[in-house]
Design a protein around this ligand. Structure first.
Ligand code: ZN
Length: 251
């Protein structure tokens, strides 16, 4: 059962909400509860909720405030996902290694349903993981996260397999990924201590260091981490193709 406690942010690491909320982003904290609350309430990042393993959700910010959880990111062709999203940080040291306890997942489903009811702009196809909106840079909430179970309760989408008989071209795969909301290929790097994102990884803006190129393979790996976690290779097999076509058709 979900219990919500107030744990108001103590730093200035948030902003006013200008755009309408249409996305819900789920994360794992990679820290225990105490450290998660310390970082997200007192440092230079934040979230709307931290969900502990025992099902208690700590409310740090209100929905009409912008939390700093997703960083450089893109979803449905729009950058700066923070401005349009609610961020939930789920306490788990590494969702690619540690399973999420039942109590926590049951509370998470209740919390997400509540957030979606309060923010009707969030449709199931816009309930995503940090890795979905920031491929290559982020891997949370990880391969142990039970996306299929959440989707069965209306929190996120789960595709029916298409009847594809062959694996499509790279261009076809990229096009399907974008129909599902995933980013187009891009680059990112750092400038003046902050991350910046740009369209052509081959021509970064002046002064950008540590350039990383994010291509279809990286974006497909994020898709697989969510829908085909046992095969998060970045290379499509026939099941990937069927899932991808199925998800595109469900949008
Ligand atoms: Zn994250």
């Amino acid at each position: 059962m979900l219990r919500i406690r107030n744990a108001r942010i103590q730093s200035g690491s948030f902003g006013p909400r200008v755009q309408k909320v249409d996305t819900l982003v789920l994360h794992h904290t990679a820290l225990d509860l105490e450290a998660s609350l310390r970082v997200l309430r007192y440092r230079d990042v934040s979230a709307h909720y931290v969900l502990a393993t025992d099902g208690v959700a700590y409310r740090i910010l209100n929905d009409d405030e912008v939390a700093w959880h997703a960083g450089i990111s893109m979803w449905r062709g729009r950058k700066r996902v923070n401005s349009r999203s609610i961020g939930v940080e789920i306490v788990n040291l590494d969702g690619n290694r540690s399973p999420y306890p039942e109590t926590q997942i049951a509370a998470l489903i209740e919390l997400c349903q509540r957030i979606m009811a309060e923010n009707p702009g969030i449709r199931p196809g816009n309930v995503v993981g940090h890795a979905d909106v920031a491929p290559k840079r982020k891997v949370d909430p990880g391969s142990k996260f039970p996306w299929k179970r959440l989707a069965a309760d209306g929190v996120g989408l789960w595709p029916r397999l298409s009847s594809a008989k062959r694996i499509g071209s790279k261009a076809r795969i990229q096009s399907l990924l974008e129909q599902c909301g995933y980013p187009r290929p891009h680059g990112f790097g750092t400038k003046g201590g902050s991350f910046v994102m740009f369209d052509d990884p081959k021509s970064p803006p002046a002064g950008v260091a540590g350039v990383v190129s994010v291509g279809t393979r990286d974006i497909l790996r994020a898709f697989q981490l969510h829908y085909q976690p046992g095969s998060a290779t970045g290379v499509a097999n026939l099941t990937t193709m069927r899932l991808l076509e199925g998800l595109a058709a469900a949008q």
